[in-house]
Design a protein around this ligand. Structure first.
Ligand SMILES: [Zn+2]
Length: 254
């Protein structure tokens, strides 16, 4: 059993204009997290090679430019690897990584996987559009990077059974979701992840290794409370309320 961490941007201030700042950690904090995590593996590679889950996994959603400018050098310095879920339609747009940078990241051992073609909630799409999002992003990454794309991270953590079924049909092995919990075995339809926020400490990151630590229990309870709010208000109402509560100016969900 190992934790999987969900990061977004890494850095401070100006670089993060297009980012939900709630999720962005500073470079110094990220480096402290890496020291606390110690060793990491990439989900997709473990799945592809059918290897046992032997260490925590570090993942990034959205393909922010700071994944390249800040996270990558910190990872290389620490001798660690991570997995990056990108929206293929956003690659090369201002504030996002481009194919040359993603190629460099893959060259030094990083895994590049799918966050869909566009940053849309899969559960809201009709089946044709859902199929197109999953198929196009997988093929585009495989064509550009040359790594097998076997992991799909649904934007906003929003997915349904059709998403799981369609992903399986297209050759994805699992979905990396935003539900806190530990990764237990290689054939899970979904892999839980612990969201990392701007304020998440290195101690909390370390304590997610244990299923029964107070931080782990708190993360699971917080998630359940948020899910309850989502069900009561619907996606749109929940997002509006959440954005007001966190003071987020960006409408972009994580
Ligand atoms: Zn996202």
């Amino acid at each position: 059993m190992q934790p999987v961490y969900m990061y977004h941007g890494v850095g401070d201030g100006a670089e993060l204009t297009d980012t939900d700042r709630v999720y962005a950690v500073s470079r110094a904090r990220f480096e402290a997290h890496l020291r606390a995590i110690g060793r990491s593996i990439a989900l997709a590679r473990q799945l592809y090679e059918n290897r046992a889950i032997s260490a925590p996994a570090i993942t990034f959603d959205d393909g922010h430019i700071t994944n390249y400018t800040n996270a990558l050098p910190a990872l290389v310095e620490a001798g660690m690897t991570a997995e990056f879920y990108i929206n293929t339609a956003d690659v090369g747009r201002p504030g996002f990584v481009d194919w040359a940078k993603l190629g460099e990241m893959a060259q030094v051992g990083m895994s590049i996987q799918s966050h869909g073609d566009h940053h849309v909630f899969f559960a809201d799409l009709d089946l044709d559009r859902l199929h197109a999002e999953l198929e196009r992003s997988k093929k585009t990454i495989e064509d550009h990077i040359g790594q097998a794309v076997t992991v799909l991270a649904p934007p906003g953590g929003r997915y349904d059974q059709r998403t799981i079924d369609t992903a399986r049909t297209l050759g994805y092995r699992t979905l990396a979701v935003s539900r806190p919990g530990l990764w237990k075995h290689l054939d899970q339809p979904t892999v839980p992840r612990f969201p990392v926020y701007a304020h998440t400490s290195a101690e909390t990151v370390a304590s997610y290794r244990s299923a029964w630590s107070p931080d782990t229990m708190r993360a699971i309870l917080r998630y359940r409370a948020a899910r309850f709010g989502q069900r009561m208000l619907g996606n749109g109402g929940y997002d509006a309320l959440r954005n007001r509560m966190v003071g987020a100016i960006s409408g972009r969900a994580s």
